[in-house]
Design a protein around this ligand. Structure first.
Ligand SMILES: C[S@@+](CC[C@H](N)C(=O)[O-])C[C@H]1O[C@@H](n2cnc3c(N)ncnc32)[C@H](O)[C@@H]1O
Length: 277
């Protein structure tokens, strides 16, 4: 791939994603394993931990088809993607946003460009689908949103070159991470602290208590294989009970507990590891 001459930028998440981990990395630093072979991230989202670790070998998966298609296009076809984003940048307006949001068909690159365009211009940078699987977030209030950061997209594309990127439910990690000394980081949709905070329940891919239990069983199986596992979740009695056989650390996070900015505050979350450094 020919990389044009730009000011070099470090790779970092190129999408805003609910539950993004960029703010927590400093607190996670003491807990990352000192060494590992392949890195697996089964709830990829914005990929903050991948972009921090920049492992030589990675398997990145998520159940969200649009998200994974975007990563794959960025890896395989960054120039064409940037060209389409420049068109979106030029045409951006309220009418244009809703026109693009209503589109369903298109090539994989066109869909990837739409995901990035809508993510940069929608309200709060959220990805949310209605029960029919259509992206349904209204336009955000940005004066001049930067839709296409070519330097960043090139640097992300470069670090994705050696990654395997697939649409998979989290259980598939058992097929991938089979040998000792690999590292899996799980960042599932969090177990809700209260009924009202459970916004994941309204999307198509609601993550139930049953899913949390299956995930814990998978963590157990990976630990049994001597794969190193780290997992983030909410600080709730249910989650502490689920992971009582592993190491549990308390992390301090700033999170909006509901959509009102006035309700942003410090809450604790937990980090689980199956190993000690
Ligand atoms: C909390 S986000 C991950 C955030 C990410 N660590 C970051 O820094 O942006 C959870 C992700 O899990 C994915 N997901 C939800 N249910 C899943 C499932 N059953 N299997 C795999 N991925 C799933 C969602 O599509 C979402 O991208």
């Amino acid at each position: 791939m020919l990389t044009p001459i730009f000011d070099k930028v470090s790779p970092r998440p190129f999408l805003k994603w609910a539950g993004g981990k960029s703010q927590l990395i400093q607190q996670y630093l003491p807990y990352f394993p000192k060494s590992f072979k392949t890195y697996y991230e089964p709830f990829l989202g914005g990929g903050a931990i991948f972009f921090h670790l920049l492992p030589a070998q990675a398997v990145l998966t998520d159940i969200n088809l649009e998200l994974i298609n975007t990563y794959r296009c960025l890896r395989d076809n960054v120039e064409e993607l940037i060209a389409l984003l420049e068109v979106h940048q030029m045409n951006h307006s309220q009418d244009y946003y809703y026109k693009v949001r209503s589109l369903i068909d298109g090539t994989e690159i066109e869909k990837a460009a739409r995901v990035i365009y809508l993510n940069k211009t929608c309200f709060n940078g959220l990805y949310r689908e209605n029960l029919q699987g259509q992206f349904n977030v209204p336009i955000g209030r940005y004066k001049n949103p930067k839709i296409c950061s070519s330097a960043l997209l090139y640097s992300v594309s470069a670090v994705l070159q050696s990654a395997q990127i697939e649409v998979r439910p989290f259980e598939a990690v058992l097929e991938f991470a089979k040998t000792p000394n690999n590292f899996v980081y799980f960042d599932p949709p969090y177990y809700p602290l209260s009924q009202t905070s459970n916004f994941t329940a309204y999307s198509r891919n609601a993550f139930s208590e049953h899913d949390q239990i299956r995930l814990r069983d998978i963590v157990g199986e990976l630990a049994h294989r001597n794969v190193k596992v780290m997992l983030s979740n909410s600080d709730s009695p249910f989650i502490r009970q689920l992971y009582r056989d592993f190491n549990i650390y308390t992390i301090s996070a700033t999170r909006s507990i509901n959509s009102k900015a006035s309700n942003r505050g410090k809450i604790s979350e937990i980090l689980v590891t199956t190993y000690k450094n």
